[in-house]
Ligand binder design. Structure first.
Ligand code: F0G
Length: 427
């Protein structure tokens, strides 16, 4: 039942091991020989506390990495994230049915843990000693945590001065060697690939096809939470395009295995200042045209996404769309998600901002059922949140600002600030 790796361009196949890219230079994809798959089997594992099935990734082991031995599995455990609904979301998007799946509830606060548990387990199984990644922050936080669990050395390549504080703190605290590259994420990605090749580090970016296998579980879990009834649309923020790639593969597989009878459409949402995938999809270019990225959503500040070929296949296969939202739209959508008591980091809110835009353009109808993915936790990037509410973000209007009030430490001041009279009645 061992899985093989095959090239998405030339079709050459490889047995599993440390080969993560085809000799022709293109990306590899994991292929499984599925057997004995049923929704009942996955459902019977819900709520278990035994490893590894207590993880929302390994619950679907047969769809992700059927033959790995349990001794190699490094799991926190991850997944088991919730779906949320709120009146404000319906009002804001004009959709009658909208839910958010909060991947910020993973152990290190982002969806990256789902791919990392599978990638790190493969790293261990293949005898890796040092693991590495380039990152806008979340991958490095996740890699550092899982490497610490696995007892492997770890190096993370991050763009100097360009990652949110919460993420930098995590990578440092979990003990990674933090390498701040002078340049942007794309420079860090280029150098980590070179370094992995030349210095024998095991690369754990989403070019590693096992990361993609783990991220498929977002879709499996979401479908399971809905009793295997797919929504009409799944909307996801798009940066390096690992999720878009993983979601298409997960939907193709669940459909061909008969776990669902209709494939939901996938909408990938880019930030306007980091939109090479959007431009490709619009037909402005035949191949991806890299750019110098610029957006407040630092997690998706990426100008040369590695997984674009897999991602475009996902969009076509699901008859989906790619859209873009600007920083103002991202910050407004984030303020709404936060105000619901759910909360997310800026990049995550691209999904809700995208939902609103696609409804206003008539691409999504008000009666359709939509699930937006929130990719990261609010606490990852507290600086942007505080600045938004203080009205201190350059070029952004803080329409939903909730500014703290400063007051003297006496009851009269409290009454005045809260607008409450002597008897507690509003004045
Ligand atoms: N949202 C968040 C919070 C992210 O951290 C990322 C990617 C994305 C969305 C985009 O996902 O790459 O699958 O299209 N963060 C990577 C990192 C690049 O290094 O943490 P994608």
């Amino acid at each position: 039942m061992s899985s093989t790796l095959s090239c998405i361009s030339c079709g050459k196949t490889y047995s599993r091991g440390s080969q993560l890219r085809c000799k022709c230079g293109d990306l590899l994809e994991v292929e499984h020989n599925f057997s004995d798959i049923s929704a009942d089997m996955f459902d019977s594992r819900l709520g278990t506390s035994s490893r590894p099935y207590n993880s929302g990734v390994w619950r679907f082991k047969e769809l992700i990495n059927p033959s790995i031995e349990n001794q190699f599995i490094v799991s926190r455990p991850e997944g088991n994230t919730n779906l949320y609904e709120h009146k404000l979301l319906r009002e804001y998007s004009s959709l009658k049915q909208i839910a958010l799946k909060h991947e910020g509830e993973n152990p290190t606060g982002s969806f990256k843990d789902r791919g990392m548990t599978v990638g790190m387990s493969e790293a261990l199984a293949s005898g890796a000693k040092i693991v590495a990644c380039a990152s806008t922050g979340n991958t490095s936080a996740s890699l550092a945590a899982y490497a610490a669990q696995a007892g492997l050395k770890c190096a993370v390549f991050i763009p100097e001065g360009n990652i949110a504080f919460g993420k930098l703190a995590q990578a440092m605290a979990y003990g990674a060697k933090v390498l701040q590259v002078k340049g942007n994420f794309d420079d860090a990605m280029r150098i980590v690939q070179e370094a992995s090749r030349e210095l024998g580090m095991y690369l754990l970016n989403s070019v590693n096809p096992w990361r993609i296998e783990g991220q498929k579980s977002i879709i499996f879990e979401l479908l399971q939470q809905r009793n295997w009834e797919p929504p009409d649309w799944i909307i996801v923020p798009a940066g390096n395009l690992g999720n878009t790639s993983a979601f298409g593969k997960a939907l193709r597989e669940t459909k061909s295995l008969g776990l669902i009878d209709k494939v939901p459409k996938l909408a990938s949402i880019q930030a306007e200042g980091a939109n090479p995938f959007y431009r490709l999809w619009k037909g402005e270019e035949k191949i991806l045209d890299p750019m110098k990225p610029d957006t407040i959503a630092s997690a998706i500040k990426i100008g040369n996404p590695v997984s674009w070929k897999k991602a475009i296949r996902s969009i076509k296969m699901t008859r989906g769309v790619v859209s873009q939202v600007n920083d103002q739209e991202i910050m407004e959508a984030k303020a709404i998600v936060d105000r619901c008591g759910i909360g997310c980091e800026p990049a995550s809110a691209a999904s809700l901002a995208g939902a609103k835009k696609l409804v206003s353009e008539g691409v999504i109808s008000r009666n359709e059922n939509v699930v937006c993915i929130l990719t990261g936790n609010l606490l990852k990037d507290p600086e942007v949140t505080v600045k938004y509410h203080m009205g201190q973000l350059e070029g952004i209007t803080s329409g939903y600002a909730n500014k703290p009030k400063v007051l003297e430490a006496d009851l009269d001041s409290v009454r005045k600030v809260l607008g409450i009279g002597v008897l507690g009645v509003e004045v």
